[in-house]
Write a protein that binds this ligand. Structure first.
Ligand code: ADP
Length: 464
C-alpha cells in the first residue's frame, strides 16, 4: 500500500477525532503510515516558521502557521469571500480582490514548497477542498510527477457562474494537474465537465476520463458519507439520553422539529424561518403542538456577510415568536451555539421532522446524520432542499423542497407532520439503505481506489 499524503486547510491534530471526514482520513493515513499536512490554526504577526512535525496516534503531521496577511488574504479573503460565495451560486455576495487572489496563490505555492521535499517516490497525494485549487500545479512545477487526487467538498457551479471569478482559468488549470478530481454530485461533475469542454478544449475519453491539456484525468462524483454505525450507536447512548431529558420539559407532548446548521448564508435559515411563519399563519391548529428548535452556531464571524446573517436571524425569530407565541409556547427556539455530536444524535432521534433546506450545499451531512439516528420503529421525516448534494442520494425517501418556495416548504412541513407511520418507515428505510451502503469508508475507498497504482496515470495517457 503506498503512503498517503493528506492535505487540507485544517487537520484533525490535537482535537477530538469526532467527525466523519477526520476519522476517515485519519484511518486511511494511519493504515498507510501517512502524513497529514495543513494549517496549524495559528496566526502569527511575523513570517511563518516553516513546518512543525509531530506524530499522533499513528499519523505524522506537518503543520504551518499563517501570517496575519495570509490569514486575511488567503483564508478570510479569497477562500471565504470569493470562492465560497461563488461556488455556492452567490455571486452577489462575492468580493473580488486581486491582491487577495495573489496571496491565495502565494500560500498555495508556499505549502507546495513545504510539502515537496517530504514526498517520496511512490506516495499518493490527496488534496482537499477549495483552499488549495492551485497546489497540485505548484507541486508539478516543483517536479512532483507521482499520483495526486483532489476532492472538492463544496459545489461546483455552472460555468456562467464560475466564470465570474476573474481568475477562473488559472484555478481550473491548477485542478487539471491532478490525476483524479472528485466532486460531491453528478451535477457538480457535469458543471465542471462543461467548463473544461467549452473553455479548455478538453476531450471526453469515456469511463469518466478526459484529456485536458495533454493529460488524461479521471473526473468523477464521490458523494461523501458519514459513519452511519457510529451515529446509530450515539443516538441511543448516554449523552443522547441526557440531551433528550434536557429538552423534554420544553417539549412536553409537542412534536420536535429540528434544524442543525452552521450559521452560513448557504444554509437557507431565514427562508426556513419564514416558511415556519407561513405554516403558523395558515395552520392555527398547529399552535402549541409543535416545537421548532434551530441549532446554529455562528461561524466565520470575521466575515461581514456572516455578521449580517446573525442580525437577520435574531430579528426574524423575534418577529415570528412575537407574532405567534403564547404564554406557554415559543414557536422557534433558536440556539446560536454548538452541541457535541452525541447530544445532536439524541435530538435527531426524537425529532419528528428535520429541516435541511440549504440554498446550495456540497453534500450536507446533517441530512445523513438525521437518517442514521432514527428509531426504525418510529422514524421522523426529512425535509430536504433539492439543492443539497444529499438530494441526489436521498430523493427516494426525503420530502424534496425548493428552499426559495416558502409556501411549498410550509406545505411539505404540514405533509410531514401528518405522515402516517407506514409511509414514514418506507421512506426512512430507502434513505437508511443508502446512508449505510455509501458511508464514509465507501467514499474514501472509492476515491483512493481510483488513485491507486493499478489505474492508468494521467501523464502516461496518450491524447485520443
Ligand atoms: P458544513 O460542512 O457546511 O458545515 P455539513 O452539514 O456537511 O455542513 O456538516 C456539518 C457538520 O457539523 C455535521 O457533522 C454536523 O453534525 C456538525 N454541526 C452542524 N451544526 C452543528 C451544531 N450546531 N453543533 C454541533 N455540530 C454541528
Amino acid at each position: 500500500m503506498p503512503r498517503l499524503i493528506g492535505i487540507s486547510n485544517r487537520t484533525a491534530a490535537g482535537g477530538s477525532k469526532a467527525g466523519g471526514l477526520a476519522v476517515a482520513l485519519w484511518e486511511a493515513l494511519a493504515e498507510s503510515g501517512g502524513l497529514w499536512f495543513g494549517w496549524s490554526g495559528e496566526v502569527t504577526k511575523t513570517a511563518p516558521r516553516g513546518v512543525e512535525l509531530f506524530e499522533e496516534d499513528g499519523v505524522e503531521f506537518a503543520v504551518t502557521d499563517l501570517t496575519e496577511a495570509e490569514h486575511q488574504g488567503f483564508y478570510l479573503g479569497y477562500s471565504n469571500r470569493s470562492l465560497w460565495p461563488v461556488m455556492h451560486y452567490r455571486v452577489d455576495l462575492a468580493n473580488f480582490d486581486e491582491s487577495e487572489f495573489a496571496i491565495y496563490a502565494e500560500v498555495n505555492r508556499r505549502f507546495a514548497k513545504l510539502i515537496r521535499p517530504r514526498l517520496q517516490r511512490d506516495d499518493v497525494v490527496w488534496v482537499h477542498d477549495y483552499h488549495f485549487m492551485l497546489l497540485g500545479r505548484d507541486l508539478r512545477e516543483l517536479g512532483w510527477d507521482g499520483r495526486m487526487g483532489y476532492f472538492l467538498h463544496i459545489p461546483f457551479p455552472p460555468p456562467e457562474i464560475f466564470k465570474s471569478l476573474p481568475d477562473h482559468a488559472r484555478l481550473v488549470r491548477g485542478l487539471a494537474a491532478f490525476d483524479v478530481i472528485g466532486f460531491q454530485t453528478t451535477n457538480d461533475r457535469r458543471n465542471f465537465e462543461k467548463y473544461i469542454l467549452e473553455e479548455m478544449g478538453a476531450k471526453a475519453l469515456g469511463d469518466c476520463r478526459y484529456e485536458v491539456q495533454g493529460r488524461a484525468i479521471t473526473i468523477k462524483a464521490y458523494p461523501i458519507g458519514i459513519d452511519a454505525d457510529e451515529f446509530a450507536r450515539l443516538s441511543v447512548g448516554d449523552a443522547a439520553q441526557v440531551a433528550q431529558s434536557r429538552i423534554k420539559p420544553f417539549l412536553g407532548n409537542r412534536k420536535l422539529i429540528l434544524g442543525v446548521d452552521r450559521m452560513d448564508y448557504s444554509k437557507g435559515i431565514p427562508q426556513r424561518f419564514e416558511a415556519m411563519g407561513r405554516l403558523l399563519d395558515h395552520d392555527r391548529d398547529l399552535h402549541g403542538k409543535i416545537a421548532y428548535t434551530q441549532i446554529a452556531p455562528p461561524s466565520r464571524t470575521k466575515v461581514e456577510e456572516y455578521a449580517d446573517l446573525r442580525g437577520e436571524l435574531d430579528e426574524l425569530s423575534g418577529r415570528i415568536n412575537g407574532d405567534y407565541g403564547d404564554l406557554d409556547w415559543i414557536p422557534i427556539r433558536y440556539l446560536a451555539r454548538s452541541y457535541p455530536r452525541d447530544y445532536l444524535a439524541g435530538l435527531y432521534r426524537i425529532a419528528s421532522l428535520c429541516l435541511v433546506t440549504p440554498l446550495h450545499d456540497g453534500m450536507n451531512l446533517v441530512a445523513k446524520e438525521f437518517v442514521a439516528a432514527q428509531d426504525p420503529a418510529n422514524p421522523g421525516v426529512l425535509l430536504l432542499s433539492q439543492f443539497a448534494g444529499a438530494a441526489e442520494q436521498l430523493s427516494g425517501g426525503a420530502l424534496l423542497v425548493n428552499p426559495h418556495d416558502l409556501s411549498g416548504m410550509a406545505d411539505a412541513m404540514r405533509e410531514a407532520l401528518r405522515m402516517a407511520l407506514p409511509e414514514r418507515r418506507r421512506r426512512w428505510e430507502a434513505m437508511n439503505k443508502v446512508v449505510n451502503e455509501q458511508d464514509i469508508t465507501w467514499w474514501r475507498e472509492s476515491f483512493i481506489a481510483d488513485l491507486s497504482p493499478d489505474r492508468p496515470l494521467g501523464s502516461s495517457a496518450s491524447p485520443a
